[in-house]
Write a protein that binds this ligand. Structure first.
Ligand SMILES: [Zn+2]
Length: 401
């Protein structure tokens, strides 16, 4: 009798993904990359310029955090230090000293956020570098070339992102351009892989050892366009599928409306990645709708501005009510910061402008996000996810912020 083998399980795959438990739409699984296994749902700390700001790689690897995959940013690394520097170092993993998995975004979103400084044509996007003001040009082909030189384990197609409030016509035009760019990204990516341009190539048991490429579904808040975009993206064929263009100024309710409609239509046997979202509550809500992967700057960025995420909601360390408070940031957190330091001390550091304040708050915030996802995974596997979600969301309001 012939056994049926899914194409994703052959040794020519760049990734393997297996859903091991499901409750409603929420999934717990294992994503196997050429640089190790990642339990999903997973939160990926953002390392824009080759650093997760304010934290050492040893801390990211520590049992406190145990981040299995982090992000790098094509746009920023391309402009500075430039791909020649990273190429000569042997790729981004070697350059930064990180052997675990790396995902790079395509630069599309950064160019989008430049707003008026950019000019979009069929060929690509022209813009002024924020580093030195020089005129630069980013296209699907350039983005794929940069991501191959970085040697990330998962790369993203170069897409165009319509603003959150964009009308139907504008969104449709943008979405169709994204589809054409996705096809060009796929072709350039395949060419670069067969030319051996991938700086991160590594022998990996049961996998091809090559880079993986994810497609991105666009369409803003228009569900009909989202569905078309999904079909266009799946027809090209990728190793995973991302939902882009959310958290770009649209109404808060749009996020869950789009996920309710689109996530269940996404191919079940591939990882689903929600780009750039969001608060702990958003993450848990998106998991409930079938999302497997997340990235967001909130834990690191807010850590630097004195805001802690805790199991009872946000906590502003500047607040004078913590002046003599001997309690840790979060009494139910097991991270090394909460084990050792009080709110009073953290507040003192912050008010004195000490860099350690940012370091410690960033560490705790990342621990909170990563630990939340650990709790999410365990509860899906034990069949307790609805209870976990209810209790988690209920506690978040306790600080009243
Ligand atoms: Zn903590």
């Amino acid at each position: 009798m012939a056994t049926s083998v899914s194409p994703r399980e052959t040794d020519t795959s760049a990734l393997r993904f297996k859903v091991e438990a499901q409750q409603g739409e929420a999934r717990a699984g294992v994503l196997t990359t050429r640089r190790g296994q990642i339990q999903t749902p997973v939160f990926m700390p953002v390392g824009t310029a080759g650093t997760v700001k304010g934290i050492r790689f040893e801390a990211l690897e520590s049992s406190d955090l145990d981040a299995r995959i982090i992000l790098g940013n094509t746009y920023h690394l391309w402009l500075r230090p430039g791909i020649e520097v990273i190429k000569s170092a042997g790729g981004l993993h070697r350059f930064i000293g990180w052997n675990r998995a790396l995902l790079t975004d395509s630069g599309g979103f950064q160019v989008f956020s430049l707003g008026a400084l950019r000019k979009i044509t069929e060929e690509g996007t022209e813009f002024r570098s924020h580093v030195d003001g020089s005129l630069r040009f980013l296209s699907p082909e350039v983005s794929m070339e940069v991501q191959a030189a970085l040697g990330s384990d998962i790369s993203m197609v170069f897409d165009e992102c319509a603003p959150g409030e964009a009308g139907h016509e504008e969104t449709e035009r943008s979405m169709n351009l994204t589809a054409r760019w996705a096809k060009r990204s796929r072709e350039a990516f395949d060419r670069l892989q067969s030319d051996g341009a991938d700086a991160g190539y590594i022998e990996a048991e049961g996998l091809s050892g090559t880079q993986a490429l994810f497609g991105i579904v666009q369409g803003s808040s228009h569900l009909d366009l989202r569905r078309i975009s999904l079909e266009q993206t799946v027809n090209i064929g990728f190793d995973g599928y991302a939902i882009g263009g959310l958290s770009v100024g649209e109404e808060k309710s749009v996020l869950f409306e789009v996920l309710d409609d689109i996530a269940p239509r996404m191919p079940k046997e591939f990882p689903r990645y929600l780009m750039g979202v969001g608060t702990p509550e958003d993450l848990v809500g998106a998991v409930a709708r079938g999302v497997d992967m997340f990235d967001c700057v909130l834990p690191t960025r807010n850590g630097r501005t004195g805001q802690a995420f805790t199991s009872s909601g946000k906590l502003n360390i500047k607040n004078s009510q913590w002046t003599n408070d001997a309690r840790p940031l979060d009494e139910s957190c097991r991270c090394s910061v909460c084990k050792r330091h009080s709110r009073a001390y953290l507040r003192h550091l912050y008010m004195s402008g000490e860099m350690l304040a940012s370091v410690l708050l960033t560490h705790h915030n990342l621990a909170f996000f990563l630990d939340t996802m650990r709790g999410v995974r365990q509860s899906i596997r034990s069949g307790d996810f609805p209870k976990f979600r209810r209790e988690f969301t209920g506690r978040l309001g306790a600080n009243g912020e």
